[in-house]
Structure formats: C-alpha cells, structure tokens
Design a protein. Structure first.
Length: 198
C-alpha cells in the first residue's frame, strides 16, 4: 500500500520560506540585469537509496525514498518538493506539487511552461483539459462543478450498446434522457469527422 503522508505545519511553513527565497533570488537576478521572464517547471520523482528498515521498495527493485521535486529549469532553483516513501510512484498526485511550484514563481515571470518526463503525466493533463472543457461547454448548472467521481457517473459510466446497420454505427443508451442530452451536447461541441466503413 502506498500513500503520501501530509506535510506537518512546520514542513508546510518551510515551503513558504522556499517560495520567498525563490522570489528574493529572482529580484537579485533582476537587479543584476539578468531578469528571468521565462519559467519552465520541471517536475519528477528522484530515487534516494536507503538501507533503513523503514524504507520501502521502489520500482528499480531497491529500497529507499522517492521525493517529488519541481525545479525552475532556467534559474536552476527548486520551487517545491515533497518527501515520499520509495513505493509511492511519481504519477501519484503530482498536481499538488505542480500548483505549489507555479505559486512560488515571482510575478516578473511572464511565460510559464511545465515539463514532466513521463508520458502518463502528459496524458493526465490532456485528460484534465478535455474534462474541464466538457464541463464548461457541455454541462449545465451545478454539473459544471462536479468532481471526477460524479462526472464519471454523469457522462462516462453510462451503459449502452453499439450496433452497426448498413455501415451506420448506432448507440443505444440504457439510461435516462438527461444522460442522452449530456452526450449529445458533447458530440455537438466536439464533433469528430467520421466516415463509413465496410
């Protein structure tokens, strides 16, 4: 079982100190005529080997810890970090650290980018964007603020059956009219080109 221990109040306060230090260093860059206007947040997990009994096994078959670190690539500064056990994968809750990292950037940064070395993270971000767009453009009322668990029930976990008749695909939905209305809104907004297949 792997989970992330929440930061204690003193550790969370250190993140605020870290953010303040980054902003101070950015002001020093600015004062020296080397203003940093671009920030790429580079985030990834790093394995630290350990032979302690309390250390958990990690994906490279050793034992240790796997903290998540978010760096400001252009300035070579650490923006945010999270100490994690070795069995906690980098893909587990990366958004929390990414938000802290972007919050730590100074106001002088005008262009912000994110880089994660894993394809899963890019897919997760694409999925997040698509879901956010569907909520904003296709759902109504309080459905627009639905968390993922409810969103899945509203739109994804809908029983249905696909059938083909004379090269025309059909979908029979085993749900109420509201679910069908939501699906039609998604199809209308995100129309995909289709062609008949034999």
């Amino acid at each position: 079982m792997n989970f992330i221990f929440p930061s204690s109040q003193p550790v969370a306060a250190l993140q605020q100190v870290q953010s303040g230090l980054v902003r101070r260093i950015a002001r020093l860059y600015d004062k020296a005529g080397q203003a940093q206007r671009i920030a790429t947040v580079d985030q990834d997990g790093t394995i630290i080997e350990s032979h302690k009994e309390a250390a958990y096994g990690h994906y490279e078959e050793g034992r240790g810890y796997q903290p998540m670190v978010a760096m400001w690539a252009e300035a070579d500064l650490v923006l945010a970090d999270e100490f994690r056990d070795g069995n906690v994968p980098a893909k587990q809750d990366p958004l929390t650290r990414a938000k802290l990292a972007f919050a730590a950037l100074p106001e002088t940064v005008t262009r912000r980018y994110f880089r994660g070395d894993s394809a899963w993270f890019k897919i997760a971000l694409l999925t997040y964007n698509v879901i956010s767009a569907i909520k904003a453009l296709c759902l109504e009322g309080e459905e627009r603020t639905a968390r993922m668990k409810r969103f899945r029930l509203l739109l994804i976990h809908v029983a249905g059956r696909m059938n083909r008749n004379n090269c025309v695909m059909g979908l029979r939905v085993c749900n109420n009219g509201a679910a069908l209305k939501r699906m039609q809104a998604v199809w209308r907004v995100f129309a995909l080109p289709t062609q008949a297949t034999s």
